[in-house]
Design a binder for this molecule. Structure first.
Ligand SMILES: Cc1ncc(COP(=O)(O)O)c(C=O)c1O
Length: 377
C-alpha cells in the first residue's frame, strides 16, 4: 500500500469528475454548522485592536490552553496548541520515536492512513495489529506484537475507519503495554464528542507518563479548515531526568516553533469564544443527527445482507458486500453505477481490505441508502 500519498483525494476527484450525481461518503469533513458562538467570536475578532493580529504565544493562547486543561482534567503546562490533530500526531510520533528506545511504530489495522504515511516519512518501521472480529483492538494482540523495538503505539478512539469506541479497560491495557515495553502510547481522540456507545474512555484517565493524547476542534466544532488542535503531554512533574518522557514536551514545543512558528490567533480566539459560549445541546444535537444517519445507512446494509461493524462512534460505517471487495476499482464502479462514493478498505490496510468505509458527513444518507439497496439488492 502506498501510504506516502493519502488516497482520499484520489477517490474524491474520481467522484467529482463522474458523469452523474454522486453522494460523497468519502471525506471526514462535517457538513453541519459550527456552534453559533464560533461565528460570533470570529465576527467580533474582525474589530479587535492591532495587537490581536500579531503572533500568539507559540504554545497557544493561554486562555485557550487553560480552557482545554480544565476540560481534560490536566495541568495547563501539559497542553500544546497545534495546527490540528495532524500536527499534534506528528509531534507525538516524532518525539516518541526519538525519546523511547526502538525504531518501530505499532499501528492497528485498519488504520487512519496518515499514521502509516507519517511513520514512513519519519523513517520508522511499522507493524500492523489486525483488529478483532468486532472491529475493536485487542490489547492482548498488541502486547503480543510489541517488542523491545517498539517505540510508539498509535491508537484512535472513537475510531476511524472502524467506527468503534474503545472502553476503559482496553485503554488501561494499552497504556500498560506501552509501559511494559518502554514505549509511548499516542491516543488520538479527535472523535471524542462522537461516541454513541457511552463507553469512550480517554487515555488521560490513567495518568501514565507513557501516554500522550492528541485532539482537535476540527470535528467537535465542525471546523476542519480552521486548524486548531492540541496535544496533552505526560505530566513531567516528578519524572526522573532519564525517563524517556521527561524531555518530550520541551522538544515538541521547540519543533512546533521551528516548523510553524505558532498557530493562527483568530482561529484560536474563535475556538475559545465557542467553547465558553456553547452549551451541551449543540453537541447532543449533532450526535443525534449522526445517530439518525447511522440508522438509515445500517438499515440499507441490513436489507442487502451486507456485513457491517456496529457503529459506536466517529463518522464511519465499515461494511462488506459478498463478491464485491473494497478495492479502488470497486469504489469506482460504485461511483459510476450506484452514485455513491465510499473509501476502499484497502486504503486503510490489509485486515479489512475487503470492506468499504462510508462516511456519514452528508445530509444525503437517505439517497445513498436507496442507491445501495438498488445496486446490491
Ligand atoms: C483519526 C483522525 N485523526 C486526525 C485527523 C485530522 O485532524 P485535524 O483536522 O485536527 O488535523 C482526522 C481527520 O479525519 C482523523 O480521522
Amino acid at each position: 500500500m502506498d501510504y506516502e500519498t493519502p488516497q482520499f483525494f484520489r477517490v474524491i476527484q474520481y467522484a467529482t469528475e463522474a458523469d452523474r450525481d454522486v453522494v460523497d461518503m468519502v471525506s471526514g469533513s462535517p457538513d453541519w454548522d459550527p456552534p453559533a458562538a464560533l461565528r460570533e467570536g470570529l465576527r467580533e475578532y474582525a474589530d479587535a485592536p492591532p495587537a490581536a493580529n500579531q503572533y500568539p504565544p507559540s504554545v497557544g493562547l493561554a486562555e485557550l490552553r487553560t480552557e482545554i486543561a480544565q476540560r481534560r482534567g490536566v495541568d495547563r503546562d501539559q497542553v500544546l496548541v497545534t495546527n490540528g490533530a495532524g500536527e499534534a500526531n506528528h509531534l507525538a510520533m516524532a518525539g516518541g520515536l526519538e525519546a523511547f528506545p526502538g525504531e518501530e511504530v505499532l499501528l492497528v489495522d485498519p488504520t487512519y492512513p496518515y499514521y502509516a504515511g507519517r511513520a514512513n516519512f519519519l523513517g520508522a518501521e511499522t507493524t500492523a495489529v489486525p483488529v478483532a472480529a468486532d472491529g475493536h483492538v485487542d490489547p492482548a494482540a498488541v502486547r503480543e506484537a510489541a517488542s523491545a523495538d517498539t517505540a510508539v503505539i498509535v491508537v484512535n478512539t472513537p475510531n476511524n475507519p472502524m467506527g468503534v469506541t474503545y472502553g476503559e479497560g482496553a485503554m488501561a491495557d494499552l497504556v500498560a503495554v506501552a509501559e511494559d515495553h518502554d514505549a509511548l502510547l499516542v491516543s488520538d481522540e479527535v472523535y471524542d464528542h462522537f461516541d454513541y456507545s457511552g463507553r469512550f474512555a480517554s487515555a488521560l484517565a490513567t495518568g501514565s507518563a507513557h501516554r500522550l493524547v492528541t485532539n482537535s476542534f476540527s470535528k467537535s466544532l465542525a471546523i476542519t479548515g480552521w486548524r486548531v488542535g492540541y496535544a496533552v503531554f505526560p505530566d513531567g512533574e516528578g519524572l526522573a531526568e532519564a525517563h524517556p518522557a521527561a524531555g518530550l514536551h520541551d522538544r515538541a514545543r521547540t519543533r512546533h516553533m521551528l516548523t510553524t512558528v505558532t498557530g493562527s490567533r483568530p482561529a484560536q480566539a474563535g475556538v475559545l469564544h465557542a467553547l465558553r459560549n456553547t452549551g451541551p445541546e449543540y453537541f447532543e444535537r449533532v450526535r443525534r443527527r449522526m445517530d439518525e444517519r447511522v440508522t438509515v445507512l445500517t438499515g440499507a446494509l441490513e436489507d442487502v445482507g451486507a456485513e457491517y461493524t456496529e457503529p459506536e462512534g466517529a463518522f464511519y460505517v465499515m461494511a462488506r458486500f459478498d463478491g464485491f471487495p473494497g478495492t479502488f476499482e470497486h469504489v469506482e464502479t460504485l461511483v459510476d453505477e450506484a452514485g455513491v462514493a465510499g473509501m476502499p478498505g484497502e486504503a486503510f490496510g490489509e485486515a479489512r481490505a475487503d470492506w468499504l468505509r462510508f462516511s456519514l458527513t452528508t445530509d444525503r444518507v437517505d439517497a445513498a441508502a436507496d442507491r445501495l439497496r438498488a445496486f446490491f439488492g
